[in-house]
Design a protein around this ligand. Structure first.
Ligand code: HEM
Length: 506
């Protein structure tokens, strides 16, 4: 490795000159293939059954560094779970582009047809803790990390194309409302309670998402049968720096399938891990789940003519306005070797985009661009979590960031700054690097919301009316169930008053 250069190559532990278990006689197991058990310092362990005592019935000795190391490591095994999306299952696989978007973007992941890019994809519920069940009525997270040749691209989406709120300012309130109530610590992983509906009934902008969340979409039959949506508009930037807006959609090869509520309840009591087991077993038997990636592409001028604002994340762009174009496929073909190391430690972030992809001004997206790195610094314990194998780019990476908790690399040389002239191989910027779209935003500073974000019912109505009659009945039953769990009458009344604005039959 070049001096002072942080490359994608990770230090192997222990160093290759002392491979664990067969470096010398002490580490060689007599007559067996098992590696010798050692402490974390490599000291061979002779007795892993008994702690060190003063006599067979005497007190345990503080001196027992083997016991202390083992217990201490165990005591520190848990890390904070994700504040949302804590319960999840993930798999490795690949993405293959089938149609180039070279006219719209310089991102190689979207221009190099036929190239297989490794991915790691995590599905999740939102509200419950890491140990909660798989089958509650909830949104499902659908987060894909593409290890592209130009750095990691994280498409951190959900299985529902819109969101509850229009502004990041409301996200902590939304999550506090849906999570278990703070005084009683229940219900776990359920929206059917007073605080959630209190908040919702005071947030008319949530009505479109509520229609989706109360529909059968929120009780999927299998993670292999859900759609995924990037939700926000993003930008694609081509070589000339021209911008096209884009929305991303994943469509499952198996089609969308849901349970009905009665089935979801039975599954919940029969198997807490229903979706995790289903995904695991499908991959183990070689029945690899697959999705198409489709895009909706539109210009700023086209967006200006929409009867809604595409920067408002409570709105979809109907396919009748902008058709979907399929551009690739994702196949998940390998279960992680270790749940904690990979599924738990993976860190997705909507701000991770390669050159040629950029953000829109969606105020929810803008807040997310800050939130994920911030929370991961806490959850994963410091600024070097990008070196954890599941998070590390699979292309070379180099800069002058240094030190911090759990630095796994050993940067060489004197230079950890830029500009510099002392070291030939010191990393430098490149004209081909990431550039933001030179948008000409203007306006008065203020805590304002665009007038174009004001219609909260039209698309809720459009969604409800697009459902088949039995699906509408399921949605209505879901609302009856949820609101019947709400004890406060005014909350129920307020919610029903919103529903009447959507469709009187509700
Ligand atoms: C302002 C709004 C939002 C904020 C502040 C926010 C914040 C967060 C945070 C803090 C996490 C935990 C991340 C971690 O510990 O690694 C998370 C996870 C996640 N969020 Fe959001 N979120 C927001 C909106 C959304 C939206 C609109 C979507 C879908 C488009 C979404 C999808 C996800 C997914 C899929 C995960 C789980 C990622 C994983 O599998 O590890 N979030 N979010």
């Amino acid at each position: 490795m070049a001096a002072s250069k942080q490359t994608g190559k990770r230090a192997t532990t222990p160093p290759e000159s002392h491979p664990r278990g067969n470096g010398d006689e002490l580490h060689q197991q007599a007559g067996g293939s098992h590696p010798v058990m050692t402490t974390d310092q490599g000291i061979p362990v002779a007795d892993n059954q008994n702690s060190l005592r003063q006599g067979p019935r005497g007190p345990t000795l503080l001196e027992d560094f083997i016991l202390r190391e083992k217990i201490t490591h165990f005591d520190h095994e848990r890390i904070p779970e994700r504040i949302v999306h804590a319960r999840g299952s993930a798999a490795h696989g690949y993405f293959e582009l089938t149609r180039s978007l070279a006219a719209h973007t310089r991102a190689r992941i979207l221009t190099e047809v036929g190239v297989k890019t490794p991915v790691f994809t995590r599905f999740s519920t939102v509200a419950g803790g890491a140990g909660s069940v798989d089958t509650p009525r909830d949104v499902r997270g659908f987060a894909v990390k593409f290890y592209t040749r130009e750095g990691n691209w994280d498409l951190v989406g959900n299985n529902i194309p819109v969101f509850f709120i229009q502004d990041a300012m409301k996200f902590p309130d939304l999550v506090h409302a849906v999570k278990m109530e703070p005084d009683r610590a229940f219900p776990q992983a359920a929206s059917a309670h007073d605080t959630f509906w209190d908040f919702i009934s005071l947030m008319p902008e949530s009505m479109h998402m509520i229609m989706w969340a109360m529909s059968d979409r929120a009780i999927p039959r299998s993670l292999r049968m859900i759609e995924g949506f990037g939700v926000h508009s993003f930008r694609l930037l081509n070589e000339a720096g021209e911008s096209t807006f884009v929305k991303f959609h994943w469509r499952p090869k198996l089609g969308i399938q849901s349970t009905v509520w009665d089935e979801a309840l039975k599954l919940q009591s029969a198997d807490n891990d229903f979706h995790r087991r289903d995904l695991f077993e499908a991959i183990q038997r070689g029945d690899f789940p697959e999705w198409e990636l489709a895009v909706q592409l539109f210009t700023e001028e086209e967006a200006d003519a929409f009867p809604f604002d595409h920067l408002d994340p409570t709105k979809i762009i109907p396919e009748s306005l902008v058709p979907l174009q399929v551009i690739g496929r994702m196949v998940l073909d390998r279960w992680p070797d270790n749940f904690f190391a990979e599924t738990e430690q993976v860190a997705f972030c909507p701000a991770n985009v390669p050159p040629g992809i950029d953000f829109s001004n969606d105020p929810l997206l803008q807040g997310r661009l800050f939130s994920y790195l911030d929370t991961q610094l806490l959850r994963l314990g410091g600024p070097n979590f990008h070196q954890i194998p599941v998070n590390a780019p699979k292309c070379p990476f180099a800069n002058h960031q240094r030190d911090g908790h759990m630095q796994m690399q050993v940067p060489k040389g004197r230079v950890a700054y830029d500009p510099s002239s002392l070291q030939e191989d010191s990393p430098r910027e490149t004209p081909a690097g990431f550039r933001s779209h030179a948008s000409a935003d203007d306006g008065r500073k203020g805590r304002t919301r665009a007038e174009s974000f004001a219609d909260h019912y039209s698309q809720a109505r459009m969604f409800f009316r697009s459902l088949e009659t039995p699906e509408q009945a399921h949605l209505a039953s879901a609302l009856v169930f949820e609101l019947s769990k709400v004890e406060t009458l005014k909350v129920r009344v307020r919610t029903v008053s919103h529903l009447r604005n959507i469709d009187d039959s509700l």
